[in-house]
Design a protein around this ligand. Structure first.
Ligand code: SF4
Length: 328
């Protein structure tokens, strides 16, 4: 059996809600935002695995928890068979070299006071890698890898002297410089102009092939997910409701929430009529998650059973799982 690069088992992250003085005096029980509420999945070598869903569904928290930028409330995380939650400080430092993150906003994630050279060199200094000359060669190679060529033209610039696409290339070079095996890409193209998005996605695929990278790709945009991802997991209110091969999820969505998300994707063809989006109401608060199927208040197919019984994921075809009572 092939060992996954990342294995996540029943991962949970609850954030405590700050209690008011009256709540404390009345001894009201502490409330929690259940941002991630029991997710399980594997990511295999050189795979682009996507977590998709509306903002607030828990996809970013899942990514950050896997990297231990946030400590989980419960669950297990394995990296190439190693128990990430049981790492010693030294092992955690090593993990932070082997697993990197690319943030959504290249305008905020790069220090405006630093030059491109210092930004890309910084992780090497933090991890005490290489002499000054060796670090110079590594920085120049990383900039060439992300197609900022010739690198000499970029190393003295500051982020405000770059376009959005160039900034995201610098952010990718900074993630690559430590030669990672796994990268969490958190909405890496959502802040970029449409024309630049395909360039960055193609660059990420090229780097995946050249450096044997494995990605956890987080996005709310299913068109982007279909383009770059091998498999897609759809999250709703902290849980995965559907998971499967990208084509299968987009072309044959089974969960009513996935169907609604896909119906809401705009089409470039003005002649094509957009049907009614099969969903009602707003996302409930993650503090008061509905009983039974958490999607039932918004589901047009909900039946009485859905209010009391939580659906379990069922494999409906090879590798395609859906958590909905309609399929049980
Ligand atoms: Fe809708 Fe019921 Fe399926 Fe939930 S379990 S998605 S409420 S049909």
């Amino acid at each position: 059996m092939v060992e996954p690069v990342i294995r996540v088992i029943n991962l949970k992250k609850y954030f405590p809600v700050r209690a008011g003085l009256l709540d404390i005096l009345r001894r009201k029980p502490r409330l929690y935002i259940r941002a991630v509420d029991g997710v399980t999945f594997d990511i295999y070598e050189k795979e682009v695995f996507c977590l998709a869903g509306e903002s607030g569904c828990g996809k970013t928290t899942t990514g950050r928890t896997i990297l231990r930028l946030i400590e989980p409330t419960d669950g297990k995380i394995f990296f190439k068979g190693e128990d990430v939650l049981n790492y010693t400080n030294e092992e955690l430092k090593n993990f932070r070299r082997r697993a990197q993150i690319i943030f959504q906003d290249p305008y905020e994630s790069l220090n405006p006071m630093m030059t491109v050279y210092s930004i890309v060199e910084e992780p090497l200094k933090v991890h005490k890698i290489g002499s000054k000359e060796e670090r110079y060669d590594m920085v120049m190679r990383a900039l060439e890898d992300v197609e900022l060529k010739p690198p000499e033209d970029f190393i003295h610039r500051r982020p405000h002297e770059l376009s959005g696409g160039q900034r995201q290339r610098v952010a990718i070079a900074r993630a690559l410089i430590l030669n990672p095996e796994f990268i969490v890409a958190d909405e890496p193209v959502s802040m970029l102009d449409m024309s630049i998005r395909a360039e960055i996605l193609n660059l990420m695929l090229k780097l995946r092939d050249e450096h044997s990278l494995t990605y956890l790709f987080i996005t709310h945009d299913l068109a982007v997910a279909k383009y770059i991802c091998d498999r897609i997991a759809i999250m709703y209110l902290g849980k995965i409701v559907e998971l499967g091969p990208a084509e299968e999820i987009i072309d044959n969505p089974l969960h009513p929430y996935t169907q609604a998300l896909i119906a809401a994707v705009p089409t470039p063809d003005p002649e094509e009529k957009i049907g009614e989006i099969p969903i009602k109401g707003e996302v409930p608060s993650p503090i008061n998650i509905p009983r039974g199927c958490r999607f039932h208040p918004r589901c047009i197919y909900a039946r009485p059973e859905c209010k009391v019984r939580e659906p379990k994921p069922i494999e409906v075809s090879k590798g395609h799982y859906v958590a909905c009572l309609l399929y049980e």
